[in-house]
Design a protein around this ligand. Sequence first.
Ligand SMILES: C[S@@+](CC[C@H](N)C(=O)[O-])C[C@H]1O[C@@H](n2cnc3c(N)ncnc32)[C@H](O)[C@@H]1O
Length: 252
Amino acid sequence: MSDPIERVDIGRASLYRGNALDVLTQIGAVDTILSDPVWPNCPTGLIAGSEDPPRLWQETMRVMRIPTRLVVVLRGDSDPRFLAPVPTALPFFRLIHLPYTIPAFVGRKLGRDEIAYWFGDPIRPGRGRNLIPSRAPAAQPTDARTNGHPCSRALKHFDWLVEWTSDPGETILDPFMGSGTTGVAAMRLGRRFIGIEIDPKWFDLACRQIDQAERQGVLFDGPAIPRPGRSRNPTATAGVTPMLPLLDRRPP
Ligand SMILES: C[S@@+](CC[C@H](N)C(=O)[O-])C[C@H]1O[C@@H](n2cnc3c(N)ncnc32)[C@H](O)[C@@H]1O
């Protein structure tokens, strides 16, 4: 039997501690799934799910509701055939290079840059958003390793990804949120966020980081959204509350 699911609400974010394969079955369709899943070349034992990343990904694709967009971040030397289970209902849109200021190396491969693979629809066209770039700004190599999680990503890259792969006020879901980088970026850019993490240690870290970002408010352009505050619901064991106002789709 799976562990009980815990839900924590922090302003515009709803965070679930539990197995994404359980939680996803109870979450409605969102605008953008933006995630850095367990990579196919993740060393076994480093994080939960590293025993069989392709199987975890395949099951994730099977149980998720099809979003408007799916954006998956992998390192440049992660085999992209890992992405084969992405549903054909989400056509490939483009890839985006996430570079660092200083190139590092893995064995003989120079450059530990990451790649974001974007499937599904583009964002709405608008002033300054008609042409979608292929390259995010370079992050410092240290940006990704400051919070204790062994695979935390650079906030600079995720700020950029949230900005370009969703529209203000939309809902972003990260089923493998780790230390919560996607959620922090979502708070900073005025998006709603749903995050799932199986490891209690990283879940608590994500809660703290997202709480802090929520308190700082929207840093970049975004609509004025009421901030309902924080509540913890450790008794939500029988299942996740089916999508509350948080997931209401905006009228077209
Ligand atoms: C690559 S890390 C994500 C790191 C994140 N982007 C960050 O910046 O901290 C993947 C995360 O997925 C979590 N995970 C693995 N299997 C999971 C599952 N079945 N359900 C939910 N989370 C899972 C791991 O514990 C890990 O924290």
